[in-house]
Structures are given as C-alpha cells and as structure tokens.
Ligand binder design. Structure first.
Ligand SMILES: Cc1cc2nc3c(=O)[nH]c(=O)nc-3n(C[C@H](O)[C@H](O)[C@H](O)COP(=O)(O)OP(=O)(O)OC[C@H]3O[C@@H](n4cnc5c(N)ncnc54)[C@H](O)[C@@H]3O)c2cc1C
Length: 402
C-alpha cells in the first residue's frame, strides 16, 4: 500500500486546486482521477469572470480562454433586457485545457496526479484513512473529496449531498451564427426550474444549453433550438457538433467534513446559487481544504476549520442566493425584470454587478431595495417588489438613468 499525507479524490478544478494548495505547503499529496485524461469528458459551459480567475490563481491565458464577452441579453417570457457593458468581461473557458493547466500547476508543486484510478471506498483506520481504488489502496492522514456532481463517497461517510441536482445538456454548433453576447433565457416554459443559454465561442461557433428540474433535457433542447423565436433564428445556418450532458448542483451540504475527510466543489454543492457555476467557488473551497489538510498533517488543526473558513467566505452569498433563486423560479420573471428595468435598477447594476458574488454585490446601495423586495416577495409576491422599488435612490444616479 502506498502512503501519502493527503489523498485528493477527483481531478476537476476543486480537487486540483486542493492538491496544489496542499502540495505547495510541502505535504505529500496524490490526486486520484478515474479517467485516463484530465478534463475529459466535458460537461461545462465554461463561463467565469477575470476576477474569479485571479481569485483562484489562474490568470486569464489564451491557452484556455476560448472567448471574451462584454454583453448579455436576458430574455424572460417575451420581455428582454440588454446589458451592454458588463463591468468586466466574462471569459469562456475551454474546460479541458483549463483543467489540464490546473493539473500542471499542481504537479509543478509536487502533487502526483494518478490517472485511471477510481476511488471505490474510504475507511477510517486509526488516526488516518485508507482509500481503496480500482487499482490498489492508498493510506493517508486526510482525504479531500472532489468527486463532482455525481459524488458517492461523501454519502458513504454519512454526509448529505447538495440540496438540488439538475440534469443539463449542451450542444456546440458551427456555422455563421451572429451573436456577440451571452443570451440567457429565463423562462420555465423552455427550461423548467432553471434557464437556457447560448454562448458565442467566436468564429460563428455557439454553445447552446439548458438545465431542467423535470429532466427531458434532450427534447427540451431540441424544442429550444427549433422553436424559440430568437434561438431558432440564430441557428438557421449552423451545423450541430458535439453534445455533452452533466449535472448542475445548487445549495451546499449541511456539513462538509467528517473526521479529517473534507468534501469540496460540486460534491459539496459549492456553486453560485443563481447559476450553478462552480469552477471558481469549487477551486476557492478546494484551496482552503488544501491549506487545512496540510495543517492536519502537522497535527495543528482538525477539518472543522475548513467548514468555518469556507462558510465565512461564501456562506452569505449561498444563503441569500438560495432564497433569491426560489423567488426567481416561483414568481413571474417577466414582471420582476420589467419592474427592475423601469425603475432604472437594472442599468445601475449593469456596470457594477459582481459576476462572482451576484447576491452580496446587491447588498451595496442602491441595490438593497431590490434585494430586500425580492426576498420579501416570498410573502407578498409582486406587490412587495413594487412597493420597495419606490424606495428613494440616490438623486444623482436616479436622474442619470431614469
Ligand atoms: C451543463 C453545465 C454547464 C456549466 N456551466 C458552468 C459555467 O459556465 N461556469 C461555471 O463556473 N460552472 C459551470 N458548471 C459547473 C462546473 O462544471 C462545476 O461546478 C465544476 O466542474 C466543479 O468542479 P469539481 O472539481 O467540483 O467537479 P468536476 O469538474 O466534476 O470534477 C470531478 C472529477 O472527479 C472525478 N471523479 C469522480 N468520482 C471519482 C472517483 N470516485 N474516483 C476518482 N475520480 C473521480 C471525475 O472524473 C472528474 O474528473 C456547469 C455545469 C454543467 C453540468
């Protein structure tokens, strides 16, 4: 049996970030990845902000950035809002190249990346753990579980998984599609309980996808591509290419560690609650778990520190976002967007909303009324929203935008 200080299960952004941060603190780390290649199979739309990339120490590089986008069009039940100048561009990652770059970074700091090794069970033996794989067993002092959305081992350790799991499907199309911003369709009729998206990849290529709370992603995606008034027009002269499915998770688990076994990324539900985006949150939490694991090896701390640290960083965003998501899903998006647009709040948000912290960036004035009203809308749906939008905005800004 081979022995390491820390075993990381899963070679996605969360596990690779964990292994990088633990290895750079001098402990002996191995990453077990079930596939023979990092980054495959694909499952992600790849949208992240420049700030997010900086936060996880992976600055924007052509090697893994497919496109840079400055506009978004949000469509909800016939109503649409164009956000023309997002405060900072949003990047479209080539996830395969990105994950490989993360693996190189971890390996260059001493982590061993072991491919074709599926972790099948984890047993606590004495003060440490034994991880049994399809190809041998590994002893260690701490385990970091980054298995992703389909995680199983955390459940075996008695931990609950993410609150919500939604099947998703994407297809890449090639041709002469003319779109220079992200198209987001917030409409339960096209993607029940979630939303649909079209992302320009450059050179007439687009990534079209959706997730759905009721499944049937295949037929819903076909319907969106053939019948949605905007999407069908965009796709008139394109050829369908690669299709790939996946699972979007939302809502963190109640507890993300047991003994010195820590769960990171999608396996722990650490994603943005409004979009399910988890590359940045997963990698951030992964690097915190790596730091804690390296201290566990030195006998200085236990894994409860990991839970405290990541909740301090993302707990408010996760909690408020979960509530806000429910408002979006259960109330009429059209009416909410319409009101936000007419009041001028959407214009105000356009330039300064933070792509990584959607919800807490709204806590800053003058978004507070919008956030408060969205949350209150639970109790008194659109009425509360209308009422709170009348709260005075700073006069200078109001005259500029309204
Ligand atoms: C359709 C779709 C679109 C998305 N779009 C975006 C987006 O635009 N922006 C964004 O930020 N996020 C997006 N996400 C979410 C994002 O893909 C995830 O949040 C992110 O990949 C999480 O990283 P992770 O490392 O936790 O898990 P993963 O990336 O899933 O990596 C887990 C790894 O663990 C391996 N593994 C699993 N079990 C075992 C085992 N037992 N033993 C060994 N290896 C194992 C898997 O093979 C995999 O390589 C999207 C997701 C989907 C499904």
């Amino acid at each position: 049996m081979r022995a390491y200080d820390v075993i990381v299960i899963g070679g996605g952004p969360s596990g690779l970030s964990a292994s990088w941060s633990a290895a750079s603190r001098g402990v002996k780390v191995a990453v077990l990845e079930e596939h023979e290649e990092i980054g495959r199979p694909r499952h992600c739309a790849g949208l992240v902000s420049g700030e997010g990339l900086r936060l996880i120490g992976m600055p924007c590089k052509n090697e893994y950035v497919e496109n840079k986008i400055r506009k978004a069009l949000i469509v909800a039940d016939g109503f649409y809002v164009e956000l023309k100048k997002l405060g900072e561009p949003v990047y479209v990652l080539d996830r395969e190249a990105f994950d490989k770059a993360m693996a190189d970074r971890a390996a260059s700091h001493g982590a061993e990346i072991l491919l074709g090794k599926r972790a099948k069970r984890v047993d606590k033996i004495g003060d440490g753990y034994v991880v049994e794989t399809s190809d041998g067993s590994y002893a260690c002092k701490a385990v970091i579980d980054g298995e992703g959305a389909t995680s199983r081992l955390a459940k075996d350790m008695g931990l609950e998984g993410p609150k919500l799991k939604l099947p998703a499907l994407q297809v890449e199309v090639k041709g002469f599609a003319d779109l220079d911003g992200i198209l987001v369709i917030l409409d339960n009729r096209w993607a029940p309980g979630f939303f649909s998206w079209v992302i320009p990849l450059g050179d007439g290529k687009l990534r079209v996808g959706l997730a759905s709370a009721i499944g049937h992603c295949d037929s819903l995606l076909k319907r969106l591509m053939r019948r949605h008034p905007i999407v069908s027009k965009l796709l008139e002269r394109v050829e369908a290419g690669n299709r790939y499915g996946g699972t979007i998770v939302i809502g963190p688990s109640k507890k993300t560690y047991e003994g010195n076994f820590m769960v990171v990324g999608d396996a722990a539900g650490q994603t943005k609650p409004l979009t399910g985006g988890g590359v940045v949150y997963g990698a951030l939490c992964g690097s915190l778990a790596g730091v804690v694991a390296s201290n566990i090896v030195g006998g200085e701390v236990d894994a409860s520190l990991y839970e405290r640290l990541w909740r301090r960083l993302l707990g408010l965003e996760e909690g408020l976002g979960w509530l806000m998501r429910r408002v979006f899903v259960f109330n009429g998006m059209r009416e909410l967007l319409n009101l936000a647009s007419r009041s001028g709040l959407l214009s105000l948000m356009e330039e300064s909303i933070n792509y990584e912290y959607h919800v807490t960036s709204m806590l800053r004035k003058p978004y507070l009324p919008l956030l408060g009203s969205l949350l209150l809308a639970f109790l008194m749906p659109v009425k509360a929203f209308k009422y709170l939008l009348q709260a005075p905005l700073p006069t200078q800004r109001r005259s500029k935008f309204v």
